[in-house]
Ligand binder design. Structure first.
Ligand SMILES: Nc1ncnc2c1ncn2[C@@H]1O[C@H](COP(=O)(O)OP(=O)(O)OP(=O)(O)O)[C@@H](O)[C@H]1O
Ligand SMILES: [Mg+2]
Length: 359
């Protein structure tokens, strides 16, 4: 659920329902302060998410994926300065009151991180941890909450008879399934899953991501899913956002982005699959030489230019924005823009497509 240590009673979010997107992220910047230096980890991210939409986020280690995901719910810690807007059902979560934010964190949006053991309380049974938010937030009685806990465990493939077990009595894969059940407990509109399976073996990873995909499809929950496995993202998510050096450099329908990448970085990344289960290959994917720039080293121009075989002088100067290319797609690449924009009707073109031209 959330990283809050002490559960608190909360009121429902007092926001009128709207027909707009569930989540509208505008010009999001996150800068860490570290030893007197500024580390701009996220540098102007824009996207929208409709109810039931699934967005996969890919990119090499250090590109700002987790920072972006954490900052959506203000889980980024005190060392970070965040600007921009994160409109959830029209309410800006970056500036809203703590009580409203807490309501969203409890019932609106859930987070699933890797490493369920550290997120689950080791001295409380799984049942206790599952029913707590339902009793506090949904005001279910103890019996009702226990019934729902049994259903939830069943939906993630854990027999209800095990609900009085403690986290250490489950395998890593089962604990991750429990985390998913907890994320679903208050029927959220949005799940943010940051590498929910990285610590697990390959077979279990695939099963759990498949399960998560199936559950969200059935209940029309929107998902932001971060993993390093591009093919898996294409399988699980409708759209794909590729991040590089703190920015989204390509956004569009997952299969199209993978089958016909428009940004040279996406092309390189899709050829350079990391070996699943090998943490070292995540930091240095085979076939993609060099490293992303450190956040403090990003200057003007395209941050990928030093590694890009197609870069020319124009790529190394000037401001580079995410531009609409073909319908429903956008890329932050001058060459992609020159090549594809003639395919987009003139009326759909804006000098800057803040929401990636797709939602
Ligand atoms: N608390 C922090 N203080 C200072 N810098 C940080 C902090 N957290 C992250 N960073 C830096 O911000 C940048 C983005 O980190 P982030 O963890 O968001 O990347 P990521 O894309 O999630 O990487 P990975 O794939 O390894 O999880 C990195 O350069 C990282 O070193
Ligand atoms: Mg991360």
């Amino acid at each position: 659920m959330t990283s809050e240590a002490t559960p608190v009673e909360c009121r429902p979010l007092e926001v009128p329902p709207s027909d707009g997107p569930l989540l509208d992220v505008r010009d999001l910047h996150v800068t860490y302060r570290q030893g007197g230096r500024s580390v701009p980890a996220v540098r102007g991210v824009d996207f929208t998410l409709a109810p039931g939409d699934t967005l996969g986020v890919a990119g090499e280690s250090g590109c700002g994926k987790s920072t972006m995901a954490l900052s959506l719910l203000r889980l980024h810690g005190d060392a970070a300065k965040v600007t921009g807007e994160v409109l959830y059902d029209g309410e800006n979560l970056l500036t809203t009151s703590w009580s409203k934010l807490r309501a969203v964190r409890w019932a609106g949006a859930s987070v699933v991180f890797q490493g369920a053991m550290s997120a689950l309380n080791p001295v409380r049974t799984v049942l206790d941890q599952l029913v707590e938010p339902m009793v506090l937030h949904d005001r279910l009685g103890p019996k009702q909450a226990e019934r729902r806990a049994a259903e939830l465990l069943d939906s993630v493939g854990i027999p209800a008879r095990r609900m009085r077990s403690y986290p250490h009595e489950f395998s890593g894969g089962q604990r991750q399934r429990v985390m998913i059940a907890m994320a679903l407990a208050c029927r959220p509109d949005l799940i943010i899953a940051d590498e929910p399976t990285t610590a697990l073996d390959v077979m279990v990873q695939a099963q759990i991501l498949e399960l998560l995909g199936q559950l969200v499809r059935e209940s029309r929950i929107a998902v932001i899913m971060i993993t390093h496995d591009l093919s898996l993202l294409a399988h699980t998510c409708d759209r794909l956002a590729v991040m590089y050096a703190g920015r989204i450099v390509e956004l569009g329908p997952s299969r199209e982005v993978l089958q016909n990448p428009q940004h040279p970085y996406t092309r390189a990344l899709s050829r350079a699959f990391p070996t699943i289960g090998d943490p070292a290959s995540r930091r240095a994917p085979a076939g993609l030489p060099g490293d992303p720039p450190r956040p403090s080293e990003t200057d003007a121009g395209c941050a990928f230019a030093p590694r890009c075989p197609e870069a020319d002088d124009a790529c190394r100067t000037g401001e580079l924005l995410l531009w609409p290319t073909t319908p429903g797609r956008s890329a932050a690449c001058l060459h992609a823009r020159a090549q594809h924009t003639q395919l987009v009707p003139h009326t759909q073109l804006a000098p800057h497509a803040p929401h990636g031209g797709a939602s």
